[in-house]
Design a protein around this ligand. Sequence first.
Ligand SMILES: Cc1ncc(COP(=O)(O)O)c(C=O)c1O
Length: 385
Amino acid sequence: MSWQQRIETALAQRRESQTLRSRSVVAQGCGRWLERDGQRWRNFSSNDYLGLSQHPAVVAAWQDGARRYGVGSGGSGHITGYSEAHQHLERQLAQWLGYPRALLFISGFAANHAVISALAQSEDMLVADRLSHASLLEAASQSPAQLRRFAHNDTAALQRLLAKSCTGQRLVITEGVFSMDGDSAPLAEIAAATRQAGAWLMVDDAHAAGVTGDGGRGSCAQAQWRPELQVVTFGKAFGVSGAAVLCSEPLADYLLQFARHLIYSTAMPPAQATAVSAALEVIASDEGEALRARLCSHIQRFRQGAAGLPLQLTDSSTAIQPLIVGDNEAALVMAQRLRERGFWVNAIRPPTVPPGTARLRLTLSAAHQNEDIDALLEVLHGIGE
Ligand SMILES: Cc1ncc(COP(=O)(O)O)c(C=O)c1O
């Protein structure tokens, strides 16, 4: 097949299986409302769980940072791109989560790739939850190490894999809260199994950092376990973008030598680091506590109201509340009906989720009002029937 034929065939296959992805141009995509073409929808699709993307202190911090540093970092952190703002944020994060070190990355995708590629060697075994994020599974499968996947949240299956022989090192990989199901990993059990096997644990806490656990410290704090590697991202509850890897002193020094995404890529703008610092201050404050309480009450309100729906909820107590539809086309039709009634909800289909589990990935935010949740439930009951 020529390049042209290969590309056209792949697109045709996606169209045929109702899995063609597309983007929508928005005037505003975060917060309570999604705005587009002069219209607005109640936004149930963004990961802005605390509404911080529009928080005045976070916005002002970015503006102040831009005035002070300009809008770019000017290079990789190894050249001229590591500013006082980056260092301050790394120290703040390390202290907040109780780690010796934090290293900033431009995104969670880059952080996961960088860490796995820097660590894994051919004699090693990477043992990942089957539903781990694409960035983790992709990095693991591209690495020279052997990748073994265990059934979702199944510690016994993990233990069986850890009992297999391996001449190198083993790294267990999971998310704290799963991005497409919203359920939480049994971290205390996973950590115990990992420790017993003498392996290391890497937890991607993208969807829990800022939201769950004491002071919003996330899933690991909740499980009272500090894994060897923790990844937090800033594009969700922090309302900005970027990520950090939390780890030991020697591991941070090692990543500074071998994590190629840090070395061969422009660092995040310092102004962005100041905005993330401001977001962290809100998260760690009484205001952050109040935002989490508000989000929690929305989650309870939604789950109570959705109990009678003829659609399957997942075992989620988090801001991610997917409704499993199954069929791709049915999920698209439901998303469209919701849009027609004023709600922005995305249908998530394979290959992002396993075949036959297309879903409406609803996300709740502290930026919502009770009336938003009630209006959504009313429409879902109508559509479900
Ligand atoms: C679990 C998880 N890890 C990593 C990422 C990637 O993070 P980022 O958006 O910062 O690249 C995402 C999604 O965006 C995610 O859901």
